[in-house]
Design a protein around this ligand. Structure first.
Ligand SMILES: [Zn+2]
Length: 76
């Protein structure tokens, strides 16, 4: 695998959507290519931050929904 191929697979690799063969080739490439390894780590970090933000935004929304439901029940 060359850098161009690795870059093309990068986001799928972060999402864990590579086939077993692609995954192995990708890991073999980033094991010896510092540039691609750094980009992969950055992409993983970004994805984790986004996931955390989604979780944080979802929690208040469900809280809001239960408060609305509670209010409706109380007022009849
Ligand atoms: Zn590379």
């Amino acid at each position: 695998m060359n850098c161009k191929k690795a870059q093309a697979l990068l986001s799928a690799a972060v999402d864990g959507e590579l086939s077993l063969k692609e995954q192995q080739e990708f890991e073999a490439h980033i094991a010896k290519c510092a540039d691609c390894q750094r980009e992969f780590r950055e992409a993983q970090k970004t994805k984790n931050i986004i996931r955390e933000k989604i979780v944080r935004f979802k929690a208040p929304q469900s809280l809001v929904n239960s408060i609305i439901r509670l209010t409706e029940t109380t007022t009849g």
